[in-house]
Design a protein around this ligand. Structure first.
Ligand SMILES: [Zn+2]
Length: 478
């Protein structure tokens, strides 16, 4: 299973699917406060702090000038009501920035995303617990204006900033760049953010900005900002490198559990030779925190131990395919069972599709059936419960998309309608409620009798439609 997953994930990476999902994250949906750094890295330039927005607009309404700020994902522009505060801070439109820097700005979310199986991440850069800035990146972090959050009050802000940047050792660890003199320079620089004068100037900008945004709270949901420390241009590649490094480290379940072999050994999956082998942080049922499930006697190479690169591919699949696109069920076809063509079809569907996040099990199965002309399919069914962050998988064999002249999902609709329409108070079809409630803990459809029916039959229907268990649901159930 792990091997098929790694191979498939490698294909997705090769075909640019992950890049496309990342591209779809490029946007300015929140204001970004940029803290520039002097060219020689000697200091941060607090006098020139500015806010980047997607666009700004001036409108003349009844002889009065209205200032509007525009963001991606916001249906309406934000109207500036506090002109005094607006005049005290510097705003820049994205298009006025240099192209190379625009790219860094737009990639903010791609520099800060955390792996699905990393509940804490390096959330608290600088300290244990959650005392530092909420980030997975030393040069980029987000904060909110809510109570006790980083930008809710000056004291909270100071504490977070100090915890994040005062410890040079931690910064050096985060940076981990080979060139030691660069590391030394940047960590000295970041330490300077904690000086009282710097913090005061940064905080003044935040306060003015808060005035503008919170005036609009009833209409807009922008209650947090992103902060980006702007290094000189020759360092722009750092932003990506830092995040890649985080992914590399966190791809293994636990860095302390990594087996360091004295002689290089062969990875079971890709065959590459490495001194380090461990369990991927995704798709495993080991919990290193729980002593009773720990592998205490694990000494030799086992099937579930892989090289760092394979572990990373498993994690990328989890994050991009299951979490980011919100796919709940995924059919992972297997090359060995003569279904290599099905893998190709899945990838080409993902490549062609404008919205990968609109794809589902149904669309993939349909495409594979139509393009490969195979009546019977075998695959691993990956089931992802995003709420409970649980992944399970089954090996499905003998899956038949067409049954009695209909496709399986038409049958699912008929079953849904037959059982659930009779309890409809509103005349609405309940079919969607069945489909959305296969794995929910508490079914709530506004009708108790219907809830009970869903509890009673959902496993049978799911097994019939998704698990190819065609005896799970028979005439008797009607
Ligand atoms: Zn490998």
């Amino acid at each position: 299973m792990l091997k098929e997953l790694v191979d498939f994930s490698r294909e997705l990476e090769k075909n640019g699917i992950y890049d496309r999902i990342e591209e779809s994250q490029q946007k300015i949906d929140k204001p970004i406060m940029v803290i520039p750094v002097k060219d020689d890295l000697s200091d941060i330039d607090t006098e020139n702090i500015y806010f980047v927005v997607k666009d700004t607009k001036k409108e003349l309404v009844n002889g009065v000038i209205k200032y509007l700020i525009i963001f991606d994902d916001q249906k309406q522009p934000v109207e500036v009501k506090n002109i005094d505060a607006f005049n005290k801070i510097m705003f820049k439109e994205l298009k006025t920035e240099r192209m190379e820097w625009q790219k860094v700005i737009l990639d903010f979310d791609n520099y800060t995303w955390k792996l699905s199986d990393d509940p804490k991440g390096n959330k608290s850069i600088g300290t244990k617990g959650n005392n530092g800035t909420n980030s997975y990146h030393i040069l980029a972090f987000t904060g909110s204006f809510e109570t006790r959050k980083i930008f809710s009050g000056k004291n909270e802000f100071i504490k977070k900033i100090e915890n994040t940047y005062r410890d040079k050792k931690v910064i050096q660890l985060e940076l981990m760049i080979n060139d030691y003199s660069k590391v030394e320079k940047i960590s000295c620089l970041l330490e300077k953010i904690c000086r009282e004068n710097s913090i005061n100037l940064i905080w003044k900008n935040i306060e003015n900005f808060k005035e503008i945004m919170l005036n609009n709270k009833d209409k807009y949901s922008i209650d947090n900002i992103k902060v980006l420390i702007k290094l000189p241009e020759s360092y722009y590649s750092f932003y990506r490198v830092l995040h890649d490094r985080y992914i590399d480290i966190k791809s293994f379940k636990d860095e302390k559990e990594v087996l360091h072999y004295q002689k290089p050994v062969c990875c079971n999956i890709c065959g590459n030779i490495s001194n380090e082998m461990s369990i991927p942080s995704s798709f495993n049922n080991f919990s290193t925190k729980k002593k009773f499930v720990q592998h205490r006697s694990r000494m030799s190479l086992q099937n579930d131990e892989v090289c760092r690169n394979c572990a990373k591919l498993v994690c990328l699949f989890h994050y991009f395919v299951l979490e980011k696109t919100r796919l709940r069920y995924f059919p992972l076809f297997i090359k060995e069972s003569d279904q290599g063509k099905s893998i190709g079809e899945t990838i080409s569907l993902m490549k062609q599709s404008k919205n990968i996040d609109k794809l589902g099990f149904k669309e993939i199965i349909k495409q594979v059936y139509q393009k490969t002309f195979r009546d019977v399919l075998d695959f691993y069914l990956i089931i992802y419960n995003a709420q409970a962050r649980v992944i399970s998988f089954d090996y499905i064999t003998g899956f038949k998309f067409k049954q009695k002249g209909m496709d399986l999902f038409q049958i699912e609709d008929i079953l849904g309608n037959h059982f659930f329409d009779m309890y409809s108070n509103t005349g609405k079809s309940y079919n969607g409620k069945l489909r959305n409630n296969y794995f929910t803990e508490n079914v709530r459809t506004e009708n108790i009798k219907l809830d009970h029916l869903i509890y009673e039959y959902r496993t049978n229907i799911f097994d019939y439609v998704f698990r190819a268990n065609y005896k799970a649901f028979t005439k008797k159930n009607f």
